[in-house]
Design a protein around this ligand. Sequence first.
Ligand code: AMP
Length: 258
Amino acid sequence: MEIFTSISSWQNWRNVIPSTQNVGLVPTMGALHAGHQSLITRCRQDNDICTISLFVNPTQFNDENDLANYPNTFEADRKLCEAEGVDAIFFPDYSELYPDDYRYRVSENEVSPLLCGTHRPGHFDGVLSVVMKLLNLVRPQRAYFGEKDWQQLQLVKGMVEAFFMPLIIVGCPTVRDIDRLAISSRNLHLSKRHREKAARFPKILAAQAPAEEVARLLEADGFEVDYVQDFKGRRCAAIHCGGVRLIDNMPLYEGNQK
Ligand code: AMP
């Protein structure tokens, strides 16, 4: 497995991959877990070469504390990638990826301001900009994104369509813990008590009731609710539990389908 921190070494490696070989990319912010692992597995199945990027992207954080506290587990990430058969890790720093210091950015003005965008101004500009950079550098035939970040997945698909980018965006199902909480790097910040409480989030979200009612149920259970909203066939929500922001979504009324 190769590890590249500079764009020039990455490009030297990328440029000699024969055009007959398909390259897949799994973009991540590191702190890898079973959710990322499922994307890697799918990427390996579909492509000759599986690459992953590890980059905690500052431009998508609207809260400095959130960025400062983002878990950094490079050594464990490296081992997981090795064990999962990843061919190459791209692990650049900010100055490599943002030589323009974010003067240029990709921005979408219809879906970005909704849902998470309402509570995290500028978040999706940061996401789309870094994804555009990574896709241009890696030039994959396919890139893999989790349905857990439903709004992000829709926006990335829209960007690829809008800019005629020559690749397929593959959405992958949300991986959940045994108690159905969506696995997230942020779960590491939950205390034992709040981790137990967080398991009620997906259960309440699956209730067969209007979104406003589900928001009330979550609040009644002690969660601080950013939003519960139906969007493109999904019920999407963001809450705070013990100071940790959690998001989730599910097909409408999935919880009532046995
Ligand atoms: P992140 O490192 O949190 O930016 O996530 C990198 C990618 O992994 C994104 O496409 C996420 O949607 C995806 N992902 C994160 N958690 C999960 C999960 N529990 N199940 C499936 N995909 C996930």
